[in-house]
Structures are given as C-alpha cells and as structure tokens.
Design a protein around this ligand. Structure first.
Ligand code: B12
Ligand code: SF4
Length: 447
C-alpha cells in the first residue's frame, strides 16, 4: 500500500525537516510498502491537495501534527473528505495527547498514540487485508468510534529502526537533521516532549527513552555522505548531552571520522567544561540552551527546573570560551509569573549575552502539567483549540497579569531582537536597518 504523508505548514512556509514521517516512511518501505510526501504550503488550497492525492493514489493519508499545525490540518481535512474517501490517520504530539478531540473531527479516521513505526505498519497491513481494527487490536492505533488501544512497547533495539527517509526532509546544501535518541527524562512542566516518557511510564512497561549506538549513528552519516554533500549536522534530540559516557565516546568517534560542524540542544545541568571542550574539538559549533526564565523562583516552582542563575552564567561563559556559539530560549507569561519576574529574564539575558535567542509567550500544550493546571484553575478559555497556537500573545486569563502586560514584555523582547539584528550589520544603511527591523517585527507577530 502507498501512504502519502502531508506536512501542513502554518503561518509561514516551513522548509524544515519532517522527521517523524521520515522515520515512518523508511520503516514502511523496508517492509515493502510505498511512501510519498506532500508539503502543504500556505498557498495550497484543498482543490490542489485533492488533485495531488488523486495523482498519488494512496491507500492511506498520514499527517504528523503539533498543536500549532492542528487548526489548519483539521479545517483542510474536513474539506478534503468531501473530495476524497482515502482514510486519514493523524499522529504526533497533538494526536497523542488530544486523541478524543482529534477523532471527533470529520475527515480523520484514526489517530496514532506515541511511537508510530510498528503501529502504522500494522494498520497498513490490516487495511490491505480489509480487517476492522475498531476493537483496539492494533496497539497505538485508535479508530474513530472504536476502543482505545493499548500502548505497544517502544521498539527495541532502537538501532533496528531504519535510517530516516531523507527525501521527506527538505534538506539542502548538505545541512542534515539527525536524531540519536527518543525521549527526555526531565520533568519540565511546560514541555510536551517529556509527555511521551510519561505516557509510557504510566503503562508500567519499558521506558520510552532510548539512544542509538554510536555505530548506528555513524553508519547513517556515512550513508548520507555517500549520497551527497555533508556540510553541517543538526542534532534534533531534545537533550543531546544527557549521558556523559555516550557523549564522550561520540565526540571521540565522530571527531576522528567526520568533524563536520554540528549543533545540538542541551540543558545547563547536563554539560561541564570538560564536555564542552570535547564537543568543540569534535566539531560542535552551536548549542541551544533552554533558559526559559531569569527568575529562579519561576524556574523552580512553576517550571520544575532547578539550575541556578549562576550555573547559566558559568555555562554560557564556558561555551563561549571553547568557541561554541550559544543560543538561549526564553518563555514569558507562565501561570504565576509576575511582570517583575519577566523583567528578571531580560536582565539575565543581558548578562548571558547569547549569540542568538528565541522568546516565546507561554502556550499550554495538551498533556503537559501546566496545561492541566491552567484547565483546573480556569485560566484556559473553552475555545482554546479554535484559536491559533502561537507564541506572540497569551491565550490565558491569568490572575495578576493581563494579556496587555505580557504583550508589552513581548514587545520589549522584539525591540531587543531588532537592536541585535541591526548591530550585526554595522555598515547597514538606514533603509537596510529599517528593513531588518521590519522583518524581525513581522516574524515576532507570527510568534
Ligand atoms: C525537531 C523539532 C522541531 C523542528 C522540526 C519540526 C518537525 N516538524 O519535525 C523545528 C525546529 C522546525 C521545530 C519547530 C517548532 N517546534 Co518543535 N520540536 C522538535 C522536537 C525537538 C523533535 C521532533 C522530532 O522530530 N522528533 C522525532 C520523531 C521521530 O518523533 P515524533 O515527531 O514524535 O514522531 C513519532 C511519533 O510521534 C509518531 N508520529 C508522528 N507523526 C506521525 C504521523 C502519523 C501518520 C503516525 C501514524 C505517527 C506519527 O511516530 C513517529 C515515529 O515514532 C520536538 C520535541 C519532541 N521530542 O518531540 C519539538 C516539538 C515538537 N516542537 C514544539 C514546538 C512548540 C515548536 C514550535 C512551535 C517552536 C516555536 N515556538 O517556534 C515550532 C513550530 C513547529 C510547527 N510548525 O508546528 C513542541 C510541540 C508541542 C505541541 N504539542 O505542539 C515540541 C514537542 C517541543 C516541546 N518541548 O514541547 N521543532
Ligand atoms: S529538558 Fe527540554 S525536552 Fe526535556 S523535558 Fe525539559 S524542556 Fe522538555
């Protein structure tokens, strides 16, 4: 059977790696099925999608959706159903943590809870055989009006999962996206990624967290290099630096064979000076750290993050000293945070002085601890899923802080970002500088 994966762009044409479907496509192909890919750019309407579906003639349409993609996805899928009877399955973070809500919508026949490879393969086989799976008999696959299925154990060994199908990833210029692990063991209350670990922990079975062997990761990189240029590797793991012995050995073998520049995501608790030196030596050029707040109270009490501000200062300094660029990500407007505490974040940002930074207004993702808190306390509007999931304004009704106050702090961040952009091009003319600032402001509005 052929499965056609759709990647639904939101707010802007999003030329990024569609990693989940890349894994799913590889798994299906290895087992004799076909997989196609269609990026649904912003300008693409339902007639065009329906025509593409007819041309590809799939037996199943698969969509990976984050909460941000869900609103557009469901509007398009309802319309698509009027033009096509090809069954549709939605997987990924949003489907996993809002399955009933997703299945209520027209045009969606199945959702996949959690890890998708083996589950999707079994669904495809069942559809080919004309078998009804409404009884929940395919682990992880929930059919519309059917029984909730059990969660199947995570795939072991993780090295048995085939390498990502790169034709689904929109990669250019030899810049490639690689995932070396699944899961993140930390308890951050705003984070949807950690909910996968929670979902599997709740079953009492094997843990979701797994890491590929060095040999397996290097074999994938060799395969990429054999097919084309390999100029930069973006490791998309949630926290690349969790397990020191793994990272140390990675630096040794990767440094010896590739030394191609790479970037990764880390938490400040999981790195030290020695490790940063080894990463730099192996080719690491850029690390993205989640700072989130400059208030230790907010991090500790609201976000369940226990690092001190001093730890952030030290790690940013060490990172700079070994020649790695640091990016910081910040969140404003978490429930319980005061405007003064939001200002503490700006103050810490100036001390850390990262090369780049991202700033996001808090959005409560389904499944997360803060989502539940917001719902219980009545902060979450009833129609929250009817509103676009953006990070430029708060959707919450918070006591003690107004949406306008959060918007004002967001505007402060945008001004800081604009000043930084202009300072990077000191020779810019006034017109070029104004254009750069306009672009920053436009991006900020999209959140
Ligand atoms: C890489 C990444 C990105 C990349 C690429 C995104 C992409 N589409 O791949 C970039 C940098 C572009 C990005 C951007 C953003 N991201 Co991001 N990102 C991630 C990250 C770190 C890894 C995703 C990944 O590739 N995982 C590896 C694959 C194998 O896992 P997977 O996607 O879960 O897929 C498996 C299953 O879910 C399932 N599955 C998935 N899709 C499907 C489809 C079908 C049909 C089936 C059957 C199964 C299935 O099977 C897959 C294989 O087992 C996750 C964190 C995480 N761990 O998930 C955050 C995460 C997905 N991002 C998040 C956010 C918020 C964003 C941004 C909004 C950030 C911002 N403010 O700008 C943007 C917007 C993205 C968008 N348009 O929605 C949130 C989403 C929360 C939510 N509920 O929506 C996450 C969970 C981070 C978090 N800590 O909360 N992101
Ligand atoms: S460390 Fe990152 S990925 Fe892990 S739970 Fe916290 S925010 Fe999520």
């Amino acid at each position: 059977m052929k499965v056609l994966f759709l990647e639904i762009d939101t707010e802007s044409d999003w030329a990024v790696a569609s990693l989940g479907p890349g894994f799913l496509a590889a798994y299906l192909r290895e087992r004799g099925h076909e997989a196609g890919f269609l990026r649904v750019g912003l300008g693409m309407g339902v007639e065009e999608i329906a025509a593409a579906v007819r041309a590809e003639a799939p037996g199943l349409i698969g969509i990976s959706a984050t909460t941000r993609q869900w609103l557009r996805a469901r509007l398009l899928l309802a319309e698509l159903r009027r033009r096509s009877n090809v069954p549709v399955i939605l997987g990924g973070l949003h489907a996993t943590f809002s399955p009933e809500e997703v299945l209520r919508h027209p045009g969606i026949d199945f959702v996949c809870l959690g890890e998708g490879e083996a589950a999707l393969f079994e669904l495809v086989e069942a559809l080919e055989a004309g078998r009804d799976i409404g009884d929940g008999s395919v682990g992880n696959i929930w059919a519309k009006d059917g029984k909730r299925p059990a969660i199947r154990p995570p795939i072991e060994p993780i090295d048995s999962i085939p390498f990502t199908a790169r034709d689904l990833l929109d990669e250019r210029w030899g810049v490639v996206h690689v995932s070396t692990q699944r899961g993140c063991p930390f308890p951050c209350t705003y984070c949807a990624a950690r909910m996968y670990d929670q979902l599997y922990a709740d079953q009492g079975g094997p843990a979701y967290g797994r890491r590929r062997s060095h040999a397996n990761v290097l074999a994938e990189l060799r395969e990429i290099r054999a097919r084309g240029p390999l100029n930069y590797v973006i490791f998309l793991d949630d926290t690349f630096t969790i397990h020191h012995p793994w990272v140390r050995e990675f630096c040794r073998v990767y440094g010896a064979e590739f030394r191609v520049p790479f970037s990764l995501h880390a938490r400040v608790e999981t790195v030290n000076q020695k490790m940063l030196g080894e990463l730099a030596e192996a080719g690491c050029r850029h690390i993205v750290y989640g700072v989130e707040s400059g208030s230790e109270r907010v991090r500790r009490q609201i976000m369940q993050r226990h690092a001190t501000n001093q730890r952030f200062r030290d790690v940013f300094r060490w990172t700079r000293e070994v020649g790695i660029m640091a990016t910081a990500n910040y969140i404003i407007g978490t429930p319980g945070e005061t405007v003064a505490e939001m200002q503490e974040t700006i103050a810490l940002h100036h001390e850390l002085d990262p090369v780049d930074f991202g700033y996001f207004v808090f959005y409560p993702y389904p499944g997360t601890a803060l989502f539940h808190l917001c719902r219980e306390k009545g902060y979450l509007p009833e129609d929250h899923l009817e509103r676009p999931a953006v990070h430029s304004r708060s959707i919450l009704k918070l006591p003690g802080v107004t949406p306008e106050e959060i918007e004002a702090v967001y505007a402060q961040w945008t001004a800081i970002r604009a000043a930084k952009t202009v300072s990077r091009v000191p020779e810019a003319t006034a017109a070029e500088a104004a254009e750069a600032v306009a672009q920053v402001e436009k991006r900020a509005r999209l959140g």
